[in-house]
Write a protein that binds this ligand. Structure first.
Ligand SMILES: *Cc1c(COP(=O)(O)O)cnc(C)c1O
Length: 422
């Protein structure tokens, strides 16, 4: 092993050293649990996690053995009816939450609608939702939609990250933030900002889309009120996997939400005329849960329940530190700039690079088997999911990036053709 200068330094590092790091990696065995095509370095698990090998058998069994054999009896016989709560209890273990504080349902967008409305209802004498200008678009769109619907009763106050605390005044009902920024990978200090929200009398709602399964989260310790998160990114639940939502126990008795569907009713199969909310987290359900998707998500989540979150974080930091240092050394000459925090404690499990030709550069990389993605106007994103990304993948990805830059391999019309999903 080469002599290292410090955290992330790759002075004198060779590919063989990366192989040695992989050989010594306590998480190395997990890679075999995923379907990863030959010749591909997959650095986009922050957008769509790969297929866990177990998932295929799980979904086939649900189709053949449950739906196919037991038909509608499966709702009772195979516990389909409370799958959202059972899965929520599993997700809770990754979030530092109690089992009854999380439920799996719908998409983040729909869950945000429920929770932003719920928060405003819990703070009737206040009308401001504070968020970050650069928050993920769907989060802001949902808040805008509610504002347009409710008119003067909501003001959306969007500020820069440094201005968040100052924006929390006595009108603030809710602080709504993404824990990890989807563009830069910057991670907020959840406990500090939640405390600032509470000091002003507001509630705190966190979007954990890039956190769950990527970094340790402790909603309980941070005193978080509300949260949402994604099933198809780091949790590897499959395309369009259901999302999850968290409501702290202390709010569950009084909280209300606007999508009052029958699955959130106290007694759905009594078919009463009037709506009565279920006790607890179940009132945040709306319609019939998508069982096949939920079962696929469960197979993804089950992998994480066996893994020490701190070990996952340690490897994620080592991978991202190494990538940043290698890019600095080998690719800076071509104008590639690191757009993520260099301090690991302020970074999630992704590294973003900035370049005006980011789109064709990413397409050229993908053509060489290194899969990341692009976010307009100029960001190349690389996700380092520590369950299946190896140190040697980091090395090879930077090697490919250097080749693409040095040879101007990206400078071809075909790589400029924008697809719908970038
Ligand atoms: C991916 C992502 C979403 C996705 O929302 P859906 O409605 O589930 O598609 C929301 N917020 C953030 C921060 C994301 O990164």
């Amino acid at each position: 092993m080469a002599v290292r200068e410090g955290a992330g330094s790759t002075t004198g590092l060779r590919r063989a050293d990366c192989e040695a790091l992989d050989a010594a990696d306590p998480l190395a065995g997990w890679r075999r649990r995923f379907v990863l095509p030959e010749g591909v370095i997959y650095l986009d698990g922050n957008s769509l996690g790969p297929l866990p090998k177990a998932t295929e058998a799980v979904v086939l069994e649900v189709m053949r053995g449950e739906w196919g054999e037991d038909l509608i009896a499966s709702w009772n016989k195979h516990g389909w009816v409370d799958l959202p709560q059972r899965l929520g209890a599993k997700v809770a273990r990754l979030l530092g939450a109690e089992p009854h504080e999380v439920v799996v349902a719908d998409s983040i967008s729909v869950n945000l609608f429920k929770l932003v409305a719920a928060a405003l209802d819990l703070r009737p004498d206040r009308h401001v939702v504070v968020s970050e200008r650069g928050n993920f678009p769907t989060d802001l769109y949902v808040a805008q939609g509610l504002r347009d619907l409710l008119g003067e009763r909501i003001e959306l106050r969007l500020v820069a990250a440094e201005e968040l605390e100052a924006a929390l005044d006595h009108d603030a009902a809710l602080l709504m933030l993404s824990h990890i920024d989807y563009r830069s990978g910057r991670m907020h200090d959840m406990a500090r900002l939640t405390a600032a929200a509470h000091d002003s009398g507001a509630l705190a709602l966190w979007d954990l889309a890039h956190s769950a399964g990527a970094v340790p989260v402790d909603l309980g310790a941070a005193g978080v009120d509300l949260a949402v998160g994604c099933g198809y990114k780091y949790l590897n639940g499959g395309p369009g996997a259901p999302a999850f939502l968290f409501v702290a126990e202390r709010w569950q008795a009084e909280v209300r939400q606007p999508i009052t569907g029958w699955f959130g009713h106290a007694d759905p199969f009594a078919f009463e005329r009037g709506y009565r909310p279920a006790a607890g987290i179940a009132r945040f359900l709306a319609g019939t849960p998508p069982i096949l998707s939920m079962k696929a998500l469960e197979a993804g989540i089950d992998l994480f329940l066996e893994i020490d979150q701190q070990a996952l974080r340690a490897k994620s930091v080592a991978l991202t530190d190494m990538f940043i240092d290698l890019v600095d050394r080998r690719c800076a000459a071509w104008g590639l700039e690191v757009a993520s925090p260099r301090e690991a404690s302020a970074r999630g499990s992704q590294v973003s690079l900035r370049h005006l030709e980011g789109y064709p550069i990413m397409q050229a990389l993908i053509a060489r088997g290194v899969i990341g993605d692009f976010r307009a106007p100029d960001l190349l994103r690389f996700g380092f999911a520590p369950l299946y990304v190896r140190f040697v993948d980091v090395w090879d990805a930077v090697e490919a990036l250097e080749a693409v830059m040095a040879g101007r391999l990206w400078d071809q019309p075909a790589f400029r053709q924008r697809a719908t999903v970038t």
